[in-house]
Design a protein around this ligand. Structure first.
Ligand code: GLN
Length: 212
């Protein structure tokens, strides 16, 4: 599985390390054309205004809009994906909304379907003001969502790449695995993935060879 991490700014190195620990082939992404070869993409934390500016400059905003695979957005990455920015995730977010005194803090979060609390590192974190009806809460803090899933998108207001807990990245990689799985064929002898013996031909050339 090839996962790209947007490396225009922010905490991309930590994400790469964590993804590699989990066995993914993680690469730094700076050019729009790189997205074509990815199975999944991470938009890391940093500073969302700088992020948006640099993404526009390199054409990465349009490339991200066209990207069809699963995406993980953390902190500033969550802001970039929200209704007011790229409009890919159905949430409205307030930036830096956890107060001035405690702009950065750590907390134990309740993770959906898991007894073990998840340690969340919040750094001038965005706060979710509103979420659309199809958005699912994955983790909460004091009853408020801090990790959410909207279809193929997972977003967190905290930084899962800054602890040793790999569970958010694992859930994201599960989505990627699901998405790259070849479709199950209903019946018949044509088993196997495209291009494999028994699978549908991967190329026109192969189709030609097989028909001989
Ligand atoms: N406060 C930053 C912003 O508004 C996000 C902080 C972060 O990514 N750690 O973009």
């Amino acid at each position: 599985m090839k996962i790209g991490v947007l490396a225009v700014q922010g905490n991309f190195r930590e994400h790469i390390q964590m993804l590699r620990r989990l066995g993914a082939d993680a690469v730094e992404v700076r050019k729009p054309e790189q997205l074509a070869e990815l199975d999944g993409l991470v938009v890391p934390g940093g500073e969302s205004t700088t992020f948006m500016r640099l993404m526009r400059l390199y054409g990465l905003d349009e490339a991200l809009r066209r990207f069809q695979g699963p995406v993980l957005g953390t902190c500033a990455g969550m802001i970039v994906l929200d209704r007011d920015h790229l409009g890919l995730v159905d949430i409205a977010v307030d930036r830096n909304a956890y107060g001035r005194q405690v702009a950065s803090f750590e907390a134990d979060l309740a993770l959906d379907g898991d007894e073990r609390p998840l340690r969340g590192v919040f750094i001038r974190a965005p706060r979710v003001r509103e979420a659309g009806p199809d958005v699912q809460m994955l983790a909460e803090l004091d009853g408020e969502p801090v990790a959410l899933r909207d279809g193929r998108f997972v977003v967190t207001s905290f930084h899962p790449e800054l602890t040793d807990d790999t569970r958010i990245h694992e859930r994201f990689l599960e989505l990627v695995k699901e998405a790259v799985k070849p479709p199950v064929r209903a019946s018949g002898p044509g088993k196997g993935a495209p291009g494999e013996p028994g699978g549908c031909p991967a190329t026109e050339e192969e189709l030609y060879v097989r028909s001989q």
